[in-house]
Design a protein around this ligand. Sequence first.
Ligand code: SF4
Ligand code: SF4
Length: 433
Amino acid sequence: MLFRKIKGVRIEGNKQMSRCAPLRDYLDPPVVSIPLLQGMSVLKPAVEVGANVKIGDIIAYREGFGAMPIHASIAGKVTAIKKVWHASGRMVEAVEIENDHSGALSDSIQPEKNPDGLDKEALIQKMIDAGLSGLGGAGFPTYIKYQTKCPIDTVIINAIECEPYLTCDFLMSIKYPEKLVKGLHYFMKAAGAEKGVIAYKAYNQAVEDAVKPYLERFPEITTFPLKDVYPAGWEKYVTEAVTGKTYPKLPSQVGVIVNNAGTAIAYADMVENNIPLIARNITITGEGITNPQNFYVPFGIKVAELVALCGGYQEGLDPKYAWYIAGGPMTGKAILIDDLVVNDTLGAVIVIPTPKEKLHPECLGCGKCADACPAFLTPTEIKRAYDMKDETAIRNLQADKCIACGLCSYVCPSHIEITDAVVKARDSLKKGA
Ligand code: SF4
Ligand code: SF4
């Protein structure tokens, strides 16, 4: 196969707004509503209204592919099972828990006597028992990656956080460098891998400085700075940059597993203290937020509560002229956020006032979208094929290779939402398959 180096584009980061705000724990909200949806899987509740739960008690199960339990993120009483807004842009059922502020922990949360004595099987079982899913945005059950039949020689921790505006992974990495390194160490044992690599953006030298003292114990772990381009955090990009290898479908095909930095930190807590996945880091930012900040919060907390902690919306913000984005600006979803709750995939909420002047909706045929596409696609042709419902052309144009990175829309001088069209074309192939 002809080797083609993946392209990346330098884009305005806008990270300065929240980068200097420390990662703030906010773990004791009055109420949480934990969504009963993970990826495409609807979860089955394991508690009834009126039940009392402790932090870490099982409250639901994901069944079928990726089966695993989901846990209470605060202690208190289950007061309802009701619909809330989810990061996917859908309303989904959620388990509402009213906080009793006791901080009571589930009996299962106990220090592990000998974490270094755990073998591969036990380490993978920890991922299942703890309900570990990737915190990088996809929410994929982590243990599935580790049950691969492919031999794995390298585990890469993705601390790159390439989307503009987002800073909570960076802050998490420099706040918990020891856990980051230990999480990677346990991942390597679970994979049977000899090498571990922490990949970060070169300008985030603070990540390297923070982890360095902990690497002395683990000489098989190294760091790897990447240049500041988008989408440097895409699995394929980071795998190619670190190992020089490219793969057709999954990194495991070239002996690699990639995990997000926050996932590694959570895993260290699981292995050493049996703490399930119940919380995550999130950035609340954008020109429409008074005082952008980063938080570490329990799943199910209302985003509106975090916006209030940031001093609310900028004075004079006109909701008619603002984007409310759940996730990063390149791959997130536009959504009304007042009833949105935090789940495993939600790493940011961004509020951006939009220009009021009229945009140019017509395509200029400039080809910038194709030039920028890291998957080497021609978005305008895919859009044309989709508009004409020409499935053969969509297939021939390889729309299935789109990673929904949003770059084609980002670079378009006419501000055409070309990503939407390509993603719809891609998904139409899945439906027709
Ligand atoms: S969204 Fe899809 S088509 Fe657009 S640049 Fe990214 S990969 Fe290419
Ligand atoms: S970047 Fe925008 S204007 Fe240029 S070809 Fe692509 S869709 Fe058309």
